[in-house]
Write a protein that binds this ligand. Structure first.
Ligand code: F6P
Length: 327
């Protein structure tokens, strides 16, 4: 029989994502509603190793639902990759009598949680918090919608100046291994082409697309480049295009970490609130070592193992849409 859960720890880990605070708030309040004690761990696995835990009450998470970043701070922990690091983390959790952990983060966070859950008997529930939207087991991750909105707002501004000067802009967005941000930004900002890690695009076919646009009297062009795409970063792609096609004056903008900050959108606040709530409810109903997600508007729980080992497929319809609408 599983141990009764009375004390839960929550932490954020890996790259921060707008909406993580709303998720922390939902975890703390749902847990308190169910008479559980909640502890916040500072800086993810780093704080777990160092025993940096602090009691969180419902009022401690007031006035944070609208804030970007994470009040618990975050880190990418090298130490947690080692058995010694994980042993220290386990000892910290024992010292605080923690019965279960709620991990808000992305694939790196869940990889750590998955290894830990095989070594030690403390259940973990994952909450998908990453702007990349690259986790199997949920339609959307917390922070993705805000990041895409930020990127689109930036591209709208670039569009103005690109139009004024007849320029070709390569705009680099985040996504080391996934093209969700790039694809949605491309569609939402009316870009000419989108380069993503999941598909092959040759420099020749990109130039062909740009040439066709120029023939159709397009006065300027926008190409969205996911940082992990196979042709190279935005500067490299821009250089390759410039060498072969000099019709437009070419510029590069890298949006970078702007995409990680800022107030979460309504969609991210609601998603984070639902998932934080689902994480605690799931624990109370006996779920363990799973990620709470939303699929087709319904809460679902997916083994942590699957969230990191199974690829999240891009929607083929969106790929086609981006191409068709760019004529
Ligand atoms: O995983 C989220 C993410 O924002 C990626 O899109 C990006 O490649 C990476 O984190 C950047 O990480 P860091 O902030 O550690 O440089």
């Amino acid at each position: 029989m599983s141990k009764e859960i009375k004390r839960v720890a929550v932490f954020t880990s890996g790259g921060d994502a707008p909406g993580m605070n709303a998720a922390i708030r939902a975890v703390v309040r749902t847990a308190s509603f169910n008479n559980l004690h909640v502890y916040g761990i500072q800086r993810g696995y780093e704080g777990m190793i160092d025993g940096n835990l602090k009691r969180l009450e419902p009022r401690d998470v007031g006035n944070i639902i609208h804030r970007g970043g994470t009040i618990l701070r975050t880190a990418r922990s090298e130490r947690f990759r080692s058995p010694e690091g994980r042993r220290s983390a386990y000892e910290s959790l024992l010292a605080y009598d923690i019965d279960a952990c709620i991990a808000i983060g992305g694939d790196g966070t869940f990889t750590g949680a998955n290894i830990f859950s095989k070594e030690y008997d403390i259940p973990f529930i994952g909450v998908p918090g990453t702007i990349d939207n690259d986790l199997y087991g949920t339609d959307f991750t917390i922070g993705f919608d805000t990041a895409v909105n930020t990127a689109i707002e930036a591209v709208d501004k670039i569009r103005d100046t690109a139009d004024s000067h007849n320029r070709l802009f390569f705009v680099e967005v985040m996504g080391r291994h996934a093209g969700f941000i790039a694809l949605n930004t491309g569609i939402g900002s009316g870009a000419e082409s989108v380069l993503i890690p999941e598909t092959e695009t040759s420099i020749e076919s990109l130039i062909e697309t740009l040439k066709k646009g120029a023939k159709r009297q397009k006065l300027f062009s926008l190409v969205i480049v996911a940082e992990g795409n196979k042709l190279g970063n935005a500067n490299q792609v821009a250089d390759m295009v410039k060498e072969r096609f000099s019709y437009y004056d070419t510029k590069v903008t890298i949006i970078g970490h702007l995409q990680r900050g800022g107030a979460p959108t309504a969609i991210d606040r609601v998603l984070a609130s639902r998932l934080g709530f689902a994480a605690v409810e799931g624990l109370l109903k006996g779920q363990k070592n799973v990620m709470a997600g939303i699929i087709n508007d319904k809460i679902s729980y997916t083994p942590l193992e699957d969230t990191i080992s199974k690829p999240k497929e891009l929607n083929e319809d969106l790929l086609r849409l981006a191409e068709v609408l760019a004529i």
